[in-house]
Design a protein around this ligand. Structure first.
Ligand SMILES: Cc1cc2nc3c(=O)[nH]c(=O)nc-3n(C[C@H](O)[C@H](O)[C@H](O)COP(=O)(O)O)c2cc1C
Length: 274
């Protein structure tokens, strides 16, 4: 029998390029749980068919950082959860630029839904825009990050098992702020400085892996054309394309290009809040 009182957890995440899922699974692995259930909110059908999951001892919520916040399409779903005073942990995964107010947003919505947010962490994942000419957090989370995620999970388990009836002030304050650049840019500004993923028809095998990987259903399964207004520029389609028919192109004239290039040179370390 598991010596801990927290025996089951629900891992809930949105993760088009899988780094958030990887980190969240490592956190759960460190907790030595009897049972984990995953609620993957990445595909459009998973979100349209979403039903709040049956309660478990702990909610582990993981989100990638998009423009220093959590992706807006998950908020209506999080607003349907019922915490009933159960503990939750929030994990933001960002591409070495900044995590902005993502942890605060997750903590605020979960607290409003009746969870006790007992811990949080910001981890680094390979940036969606990272490619050969502009490596940005390439290969993250790496071995060391995943080891940190496991020990974070172990520390959360110790905290929860030490005080099963946590007092409200056991909820730590989540750090974060919106940088000035995000404040002045319009919403979805990534669509301004990242082009639509390109497709080389000579290389494409029409396997439709890109169609299945797209978190917004933006790729037409017949023509493989991308609906410009629906594309997030997460480049999940590029990562899913084994023959390498799809590519990432950023607009080099935008100020964001040298900015991102500079960000790639200073690797951040995970931040743990307990
Ligand atoms: C539209 C968009 C906006 C992003 N904004 C940020 C950001 O503000 N800060 C940052 O460090 N990374 C940013 N990223 C990078 C992602 O947070 C990072 O690649 C993350 O690891 C992706 O998670 P996933 O692999 O689970 O999809 C952004 C990515 C996309 C697609």
């Amino acid at each position: 029998m598991n010596p801990t009182q927290i025996q089951s957890a629900t891992l809930m995440y949105f993760s088009p390029t899988h780094t958030t899922r990887k980190v969240l699974r490592a956190v759960a692995a460190g907790m030595n749980l009897d049972q984990t259930t995953e609620v993957n909110l990445t595909s459009p059908t998973s979100r349209s068919n979403f039903l709040p999951p049956p309660p478990s001892d702990l909610l582990l919520l993981g989100m990638p950082v998009y423009e220093e916040r959590i992706p807006s399409m998950v908020l209506p779903l999080l607003n349907r959860l019922e915490g009933h005073n159960r503990p939750a942990v929030v994990v933001a995964v960002y591409g070495n630029v900044g995590f902005g107010i993502a942890l605060q947003e997750m903590a605020a919505v979960l607290t409003a839904r009746g969870f006790r947010v007992v811990a949080g962490a910001a981890f680094i994942g390979e940036h969606s825009f990272s490619h050969d000419q502009l490596p940005l957090a390439a290969g993250r989370p790496d071995k060391q990050d995943l080891q940190t995620a496991r020990s974070f999970g172990a520390r959360v388990a110790v905290k929860l098992n030490r005080s099963p009836e946590l007092l409200p002030d056991d909820s730590p304050v989540m750090p974060g702020k919106l940088p000035w650049m995000t404040r002045i840019l319009p919403p979805n500004s990534s669509t301004l400085f990242a082009r639509l993923p390109e497709l080389d028809p000579e290389v494409c095998t029409q396997c439709n892996a890109c169609v299945r990987a797209c978190p917004t259903g933006a790729i037409d399964p017949e023509s493989l054309q991308i609906d410009e207004s629906a594309c997030l520029r997460c480049f999940a389609c590029v990562r899913a394309c084994y023959p390498g028919a799809r590519t990432i192109t950023l607009r080099k004239k935008w100020i964001s290009y040298p900015f991102l290039k500079a960000q790639g040179k200073r690797p951040h370390r995970p931040l743990l809040i307990l």
